[in-house]
Design a protein around this ligand. Structure first.
Ligand SMILES: [Zn+2]
Length: 359
């Protein structure tokens, strides 16, 4: 993987001022996330919208789209649904995440995760990634659904304790040199949560980080020039009783040492927060990780254009684009193409915003 450092003026604060391409390195990335091909089908072209990047879901990836995106001056970044388990679980019930009672943890609203230590699943995902990287030349792979089984994209988060399958507790014992007393899953989970909670959380974070390392190794092997990005939950560490680390298994500082690009999911309306929070989060991330500095990952947030939950008015959408583009961000995208097509005034907002950023 390569690390492009875009030298942005630290004075950059607003939409009219993000820096353009300097010294032959990456320009400010102006993207659309989702199935950007829908914009083409609706009669738009990426270059006429001021875009220079697409962030396309793996399922929407095809040759015609990639060729069109390249012809229209876009870099192609591919979203990769890392720990999304639903389809794999249909034929592999032994990969189901197990809760502290020893029961399969139910779907968390629309999301169904997976036991992240299942070796078959790891092979399955690595194989899918290799297929993408063999079929298409990409500018980057962005890991999505990078968390232990839980739901953070609903008004009321769903935060189960997992995974206490025999494989996970066995690996925990082995890797942390711990002997867990008891034989039943409730016995073991009860003991872990009462006596080895800190080590358990640390081990779970390590499992998640290994996914980043392993998928990054595949990217590096197949297309060493491609960037490795991560979409991740933008809760602050103390939010929801520290669930970011405790339940989702995410340590942002650790992620910043593993990825080329951090893409926090800054969905303000979903969190019932003001648009200004988007800029505040970017400032917090800067302070925590130094992201955007030399040798550190780039920061390309994804902001909310989508109307569910709530309604994001076009002017509000503009504000979160501005806030998300604050230094040290060197790129931005929004969720999603559909939100733009449902309210064409948002397309105009995006277009004006992107054309105001010099190439
Ligand atoms: Zn497990």
């Amino acid at each position: 993987m390569r690390y492009f450092i875009v030298l942005l003026s630290l004075s950059i604060l607003y939409c009219c001022s993000p820096s353009g391409e300097q010294n032959g390195e990456l320009p400010f990335i102006k993207g659309v996330y989702g199935n950007p091909g829908a914009l083409l089908e609706a009669g738009y072209s990426f270059d006429s919208l001021g875009m220079n990047a697409v962030f396309v879901r793996s399922i929407s990836l095809n040759r015609e789209f990639v060729d069109a995106a390249r012809q229209q001056g876009c870099r192609v970044y591919v979203e990769f649904p890392t720990l999304l388990g639903r389809s794999y679980l249909q034929d592999h019930p032994d990969a189901w995440p197990i809760d502290e009672r020893g029961e399969p943890s139910p779907p968390a609203d629309w999301f169904m995760g997976i036991c992240p230590t299942h070796p078959g699943f790891r092979e399955y995902r690595a194989g899918q990634l290799k297929d993408i990287l063999t079929a298409f030349e990409v500018d980057g792979i962005f890991l999505d659904y990078l968390h232990w089984h839980a739901q953070f994209e609903t008004t009321e988060p769903i935060l189960p304790e997992t995974c206490f399958c025999d494989r996970c507790t066995g690996l925990f014992e082995e890797e942390k040199d711990i002997e867990i007393p008891g034989s039943s899953i409730p016995d073991k989970s009860g003991w872990i949560l009462e006596n080895a909670d800190a080590k358990w959380r640390d081990w779970r974070n390590g499992v998640l980080n290994r996914w980043v390392t392993d998928m990054g190794a595949v990217v590096n092997e197949y297309q060493s020039e491609a960037l490795l990005g991560v979409f991740y939950c933008s809760w602050y560490p103390a939010d929801h009783d520290s669930a970011l680390y405790r339940i989702l298994g995410i340590d942002v500082a650790a992620l910043s040492g593993l990825a080329d690009v951090l893409s926090p999911m800054l969905f303000h309306k979903m969190k019932d927060l003001p648009p200004s929070w988007v800029g505040e989060y970017i400032a917090w991330l800067d302070e925590l990780t130094g992201a955007g500095e030399k040798g550190k990952p780039l920061v390309w947030p994804i902001v909310q254009a989508h109307n569910n939950p709530g309604v994001v008015a076009p002017e509000e959408f503009r504000t979160v684009m501005v806030e998300g583009s604050r230094s040290p961000s060197t790129g931005i995208m929004m969720f999603s193409d559909q939100a733009l097509l449902q309210d064409t005034e948002k397309i105009e907002v995006m277009k004006r915003f992107y054309f105001d950023i010099p190439e």
